[in-house]
Each structure stands twice: as structure tokens, then as C-alpha cells.
Design a protein around this ligand. Structure first.
Ligand code: ZN
Length: 177
């Protein structure tokens, strides 16, 4: 596995609509491995292939299922285990009527955060890395991550949707995606 370079906002590859994946090839498998390693090394909780300069509809997400970032951490409770999702040709379906505004950041826009309105819940369907159809229901922070990653596949950055964007203080960190 190789850590790939994460492109930042001025790069034109981040503004292209990515192509649907056809055949599952060894090169695709290698891309997915590299994306997982790159996301973990960053560190981030999600990554889309255009962020590493590959114009294909592939995302990886690693986050606890249905974990709410807003919840205060319980001292006696172990953190919910993170779960890795690899989705090829992801599509968002059945979005909730409810919307939520929260702060998000992006590995391709380092040093900034913004307030973005997203669907509170959404279903994600696509293929896993073995090519089998998958479908899952995401809510809370996980739903936000999936919406952010699918935007990347359409050349959209969160800054396009943000009501406001600001520079982070040096010591501030976010779960970037
Ligand atoms: Zn991003």
C-alpha cells in the first residue's frame, strides 16, 4: 500500500465529474488499498478518488456507524468501533426531509472549516470492492461524510455549499473528509 498525495482545492482534478467504474481490476484494488492508507495517514474519516487525482467513482469512509459527533464522550464507555466502508459507484437515495447544519472540514481544503447544511439521514447504495451490491442507511455524522464524499465525485467541494467558511486556529482539528 502506498500513501498518495492528497490534492488541494486549486487542483482542477477536484472539479471534474468522476467516471463510473466499469470492470473491477487489480489497478482498482490497488487504488482502494492506497486510498485507505492515505485516509488513515492524513488522518481523515473519508476520502474520494478525485482527491488523489483519480477520476473514478470510488469512496472510502472509516467512521463508527451512526456515531454522533455532537454527543459528549462518556468516560466509562469505550469509543464505538470504527467501521471501514468502501463504496464503488455510490449513489445517495431516500434522503430525509430533515436537514442538519454542522461544521465540516476537508483534507483537500486544509486549515479551514465551514458550516454546511446536509440531509440528516441518507441511504447509500453501490458496490463493495468485490463487486457485490451494498446498501446502507446512514444518519448523523456518517450521513454527512457520505454526502461530502459523493460531492467530491461530482466535482463539488463543501466550500461551495457552506453558509460560511473560516480559517482554523493552529491547534484546532476536525475529522476531515
Ligand atoms: Zn473532502
Amino acid at each position: 500500500m502506498t500513501v498518495r498525495e492528497i490534492l488541494t482545492a486549486a487542483h482542477p482534478a477536484l472539479r471534474k465529474k468522476a467516471r463510473r467504474v466499469g470492470d473491477l481490476t487489480p489497478a482498482l484494488d490497488k487504488l482502494i488499498d492506497d486510498m485507505i492508507e492515505t485516509m488513515r495517514e492524513a488522518p481523515g474519516v473519508g476520502l474520494a478518488a478525485p482527491q488523489v487525482g483519480v477520476s473514478q467513482r470510488v469512496i472510502v469512509v472509516e467512521y463508527a456507524e451512526n456515531e454522533e459527533q455532537e454527543q459528549p464522550a462518556e468516560v466509562d464507555q469505550p469509543p464505538a468501533p470504527r467501521k471501514l466502508f468502501v463504496v464503488i459507484n455510490p449513489e445517495l437515495v431516500r434522503p430525509s426531509v430533515a436537514m442538519v447544519t454542522a461544521t465540516e472540514g476537508c483534507l483537500s481544503v486544509p486549515g479551514y472549516a465551514g458550516e454546511v447544511e446536509r440531509f440528516a439521514e441518507v441511504s447509500v447504495k453501490g458496490l463493495n470492492r468485490r463487486g457485490s451490491p451494498i446498501r446502507l442507511r446512514a444518519r448523523g455524522w456518517l450521513a454527512r461524510i457520505f454526502q461530502h464524499e459523493v460531492d467530491h465525485l461530482d466535482g463539488v467541494l463543501y466550500t461551495d455549499r457552506a453558509q460560511r467558511v473560516w480559517a482554523l486556529e493552529k491547534e484546532e482539528t476536525l475529522d476531515n473528509v
